[in-house]
Design a binder for this molecule. Structure first.
Ligand SMILES: [Fe+2]
Ligand SMILES: [Fe+2]
Length: 407
């Protein structure tokens, strides 16, 4: 196998690194690029943030599924100052590549290359590929090399760290996997989450991908619109917007399941199946969704939390989000604020046609209970007009909300 080596601090990895690796693979006949994070570069003492473990995690999350890229942690394991001459020898010994490996160097490093330890051995044991990093470079490199005619992406890890620190625009300069780790772990002083039990971005993404694979595209478009409105309403009413997003994106996750599966799943919440639900099992898609989310994304009861570290602990699925999902069709007595918000958002999100503009106005100005009662009223009136059976629970709730209103 023909190998190319691309070293760097990857603190954090950014799209320029991976685009460069991809360009090397496209330009020459190398089979794989090995990304080698440096423990500590001799010329970059004291770079801030990003421990070796965090940098490895960000890299791994960023190249997931791409078998043309590998990560080698030899420099991290060696610790101390990283010398490329040692890394090349180590990689050749373990990987046994076909022919010499290539070493990809940015043209910003060329000027001082002769000062590197074992520079002569490096050029003897590896084919040098020089990639453009600088927009204008008068380059003198007194050894044999190949010039890669890559496009210069004007981004650097240092610039990204700076932008994270200053709340700038950085999110789409790093691969998605790295972004999730930076946000969830608060790397580079990314602001910590404002709500203590806020769901992680990783959980949001896993649930969203599951929803996308389980429901139709139009249903997913609806779910995404519900998620955005839920998150906006949560912000307005002082709740965690991430929980709102999670509730919205997941609420219809079981909408496409066959009726028998809905019944089997809903039964697992222990609530029994009502006559109305027996007659119309599609109504169980809300209860089934709560069961699916708890089972698939919650902590397995067999895994005591005490035996897991925060890094490896499975994500918990917030109980108030489960309640919201469970009650999103007809509501329920004593339902919490998040459940009310999901109920509202499901009924009036922007892709729904024929919504009374007064309801959308109220969503910007009214109190949560005013808005909820109006939407519930509207929904019950609509169902009655179409002679659809309405659950006892929903009618009791409507009654209670009106009584509360008149107090
Ligand atoms: Fe639904
Ligand atoms: Fe829905």
């Amino acid at each position: 196998m023909k190998l190319a080596i691309l070293g760097g601090s990857f603190n954090p990895v950014h799209v320029g690194h991976l685009y460069l690796a991809d360009t090397v693979l496209a330009a020459y006949d190398y089979d794989r690029v090995i990304l080698v994070p440096t423990y500590q570069s001799p010329f970059k003492f004291g770079a801030s943030g990003g421990s070796p473990a965090e940098r490895m995690d960000m890299l791994a999350a960023s190249i997931a599924g791409d078998s043309r890229l590998a990560i080698d942690d030899c420099e991290l394991r060696r610790k101390g100052i990283s010398y490329t001459v040692d890394t090349i020898a180590d990689i050749v010994r373990r990987y046994r590549p076909t022919g010499k490996p290539a070493l990809v160097l940015g043209d910003d490093l060329v000027q001082d290359f002769h000062k590197w330890r074992g520079a002569d051995d490096i050029v003897k044991n590896a084919d040098i590929i020089i990639a453009r990093r600088l927009l204008s470079a008068d380059m003198v490199f007194p050894y044999p090399y190949t010039q890669l005619h890559n496009e210069v992406m004007n981004i650097s890890s240092a610039e990204i760290r700076e932008r994270i620190l200053n709340n700038g625009n950085w999110r789409y300069l790093v691969p998605h996997g790295a972004r999730m780790i930076i946000e969830d772990r608060g790397l580079y002083r990314f602001p910590p989450r404002a709500y203590e039990d806020s769901p992680t971005l990783a959980l949001l993404v896993r649930v969203e991908e599951a929803a996308r694979s389980l429901i139709s595209q139009s249903r997913f478009t609806h779910s995404r619109a519900v998620a955005l409105l839920c998150s906006d309403l949560c912000r307005r009413f002082g709740l965690d917007p991430r929980k709102g997003y999670l509730a919205g994106i997941s609420h219809d996750i079981c909408k496409s399941l066959p009726e028998q599966e809905l019944i089997d799943m809903a039964e697992r919440d222990g609530g029994g199946i009502s006559k109305l639900e027996q007659k119309k099992p599609s109504l169980l898609h809300a209860r089934a969704a709560a069961v699916l989310l708890a089972e698939r994304f919650g902590v397995a009861p067999a895994t005591p939390l005490s035996q897991t570290s925060p890094e490896t602990a499975p994500a918990t699925f917030p109980a108030d989000v489960l309640e919201a999902v469970r009650l999103h069709i007809g509501g329920g007595m004593g339902m919490g604020s998040l459940a009310k918000i999901l109920f509202i958002a499901d009924k009036i999100e922007v892709t729904r046609e024929g919504i009374d503009p007064a309801l959308r106005d109220l969503s910007e100005t009214g109190s949560l209970d005013q808005l909820f009662t109006a939407v519930l009223d509207n929904n019950v009136a609509y169902l009655r007009s179409r002679q659809v059976d309405i659950s006892e629970g929903t009618l009791r709730l409507l009654d209670a909300m009106h009584k509360k209103d008149s107090l």
